[in-house]
Design a protein around this ligand. Sequence first.
Ligand code: SAH
Length: 347
Amino acid sequence: MNNSITLLQKLADEHRLSLDEYQCLIDAYSPETARLAASLADNARREVFGNKVYIRGLIEVSSFCRCDCYYCGIRRSNKNCQRYRLTPEQILDCCREGWRLGFRTFVLQGGEGIFTADEVAGIVSQIKSEHPDCAVTLSLGEYTREDYAKMRVSGADRYLLRHETADPAHYAKLHPTAQSYDNRMRCLYDLKSLGYQVGCGFMVGSPYQTSYELAQDLEFIADFSPEMCGIGPFIPHRDTPFGDMPAGSAELCLYLLSLLRLIKPTLLLPATTALGTLLPNGRESGMLAGANVIMPNLSPKSERKKYSLYNNKLSDGDEAAENLEHLRRSIAAVGYEIVTDKGDAPV
Ligand code: SAH
């Protein structure tokens, strides 16, 4: 405990530790260490963001996917997945509804290789011309640099692409050989150099992950310095090769949110749906641990259940965009304020 107090304080002051020290801190996880990390993280976030929490309307644009990630329920080989693809008009309708509810960022997320870069660019420019006061975030997987450039020129502001794991050998255990760690990293660096606000991230407790891989994730994030970072516990999906693997720990995820806040106080850090799925009050606990973003589901109601990344994925209650008022009250009850704001990364 003494050593972990020293390390946490060092991280809060210097925003960086050695790989060994990160691993040491992760191994030192205990409810007491997590409490201290959360209070340091909360101080750090309040210095930058006060008590503001940003919301993003998440539109799950397609459950088709060309990839075959071993953990993911919408992987190509899952014959039981119900597939859909929204039309540009449906996506625009979601944005109109979201704008009315108070969202000023729309996140278009979906399976890979389903929309061409030209199609994405077309949709983005329509959203931006209807809602010039809004940010558009894309989370559509791997494309070429030219494709990312086209989407950026069309008006896309941000891109979320979780690196999934910063350890190449671990990456190879989570994905088939056709999907490479090197290309994933190439995408992240291309996105950054094209001027996107970039988000990376990883699952907590993914199969074969140890504190060593997690330490590498933290080190990668300190080096790469993304504007956003999405982390959530791994949750098995019955129709995947990892269907019988244990879920990750929500408590460890909360602790890692705090460490990420200390690594980069200006980070836009969501309390994710996976965290909310595993933990009652996951969003509130996430805020208290240092998160400052929530991404309610703005997809058409008829399709929400089909975007099934893992078992029992939450899409109702406070997870649903239309219940924003209730979410606003639950977040206010723990001392934070949901704002209607684009919520760009601080410069
Ligand atoms: N195709 C897009 C979006 C993928 S889904 C892309 O590649 O970015 C968004 C994220 O959900 C993934 O990056 C992954 O980290 C997470 N995810 C997928 N399956 C999961 C599972 N079983 N448990 C928890 N998170 C999962």
